[in-house]
Design a protein around this ligand. Structure first.
Ligand code: ADP
Ligand code: MG
Length: 297
């Protein structure tokens, strides 16, 4: 059935990105709650293409349990509204809340995150022939059921950079070959997502973006292209997780793991041993802490 922006009640703002604002909204007639991303229609052609892709891909992704569901899109008064499944917290917020409240990010949590996202990325690739292109902590969302899902897979195919501008500097999740393509090798390969995923895992596990984000962007690019790949430091996590991240962050594309190899890696082989209840309760604790006013005391 048809739905207009006027049928929706706008609730709180969930976040803001480079392209627009995300609000929680309620469809008045049915009580359906959703997340709605709004952005102006005055985008250049590339960005419009990107957003069409967003719709096209999103509409076909319904059967993947680890991809945020797409409800529909509306255009009104120079704005596009993209309606999707409401989630409770993004991974960038989750780890900073955990860190500032002295909670540990457990190995089991990283295992569940890794299994969920590798499964989703493999689904996008094999079922939809889609490369995500914007894998980063803010595009991985959790809900109170303890589910971990990828969103914004619409960037696939069009947006030319996965560069997150934040108040504290900028973060690159781009693979070395994407920044500096080798001779005769243009375009973007599926394994660039594996690199971004590896950076994302280190960032969530260590609660810190693994490159120096305070330096200028050119310095960062040099670090990615010329420096050694980041690693998970010894101590807190198992050698299996360290190796898992290491096979994601191979600078040579041909040495980097693909999704089947990642699913068969010792780190994920025992994913069925994950205690879902403890993960769900951890996630709910983080969501509740996020809701509390920050000033406290
Ligand atoms: P970015 O991903 O770069 O942060 P976005 O515009 O995609 O920018 O999203 C802005 C923020 O809105 C995200 O960081 C996230 O916290 C929140 N958000 C996005 N989609 C949803 C959703 N479906 N449910 C809940 N929160 C969301
Ligand atoms: Mg996003």
């Amino acid at each position: 059935q048809a739905c207009n922006p006027g049928d929706l009640d706008i609730c709180e703002q969930l976040g803001r990105g480079a392209y627009g604002i995300v609000h929680k909204m309620v469809h008045r007639a049915t009580g359906t709650v959703m997340a709605v991303k709004r952005f102006p229609l005055t985008l250049d052609t590339n960005e419009k293409k990107r957003n069409f892709m967003d719709l096209d891909v999103s509409m076909r992704s319904g059967s993947c349990p680890n991809a945020v569901k797409f409800f529909g899109a509306m255009i009104e008064e120079g704005e596009v509204w993209i309606c999707m499944e409401l989630m409770d917290l993004s991974m960038d917020r989750l780890y900073s809340i955990a860190q500032s409240n002295q909670y540990d990010i457990s190995e089991h949590f990283i295992k569940k995150l890794a299994f969920s996202i590798v499964t989703a990325l493999k689904f996008l690739k094999t079922q939809l022939s889609v490369i995500h292109r914007d894998v980063k902590p803010s595009n991985i969302l959790v809900n109170r059921a303890g589910e971990i899902k990828i969103c914004d897979y619409g960037v696939s195919g069009y947006l030319e950079n996965s560069l997150a501008m934040t108040r504290v500097g900028c973060k690159f999740y781009m693979s070395p070959e994407r920044i500096d393509p080798p001779e005769g090798c243009r375009g973007f390969g599926i394994k660039s997502d594996v690199w971004s995923f590896g950076i994302t895992l280190i960032e969530v596990a260590t609660c810190a973006y693994p490159y120096d984000q305070w330096k200028d962007p050119f310095h960062q690019i040099k670090q990615v292209v010329n420096g050694p790949p980041p690693t998970i430091p010894d101590g807190k996590y198992s050698p299996e997780l360290q190796q898992f991240v290491a096979v994601c962050l191979q600078k040579q594309v041909e040495h980097r793991a693909n999704y089947d190899q990642l699913l068969a890696h010792p780190f994920l082989l025992d994913h069925e041993s994950i205690d879902d209840n403890s993960i769900t309760s951890f996630v709910c604790t983080m969501i509740d802490l996020n809701k509390k006013p920050k000033s406290g005391s």
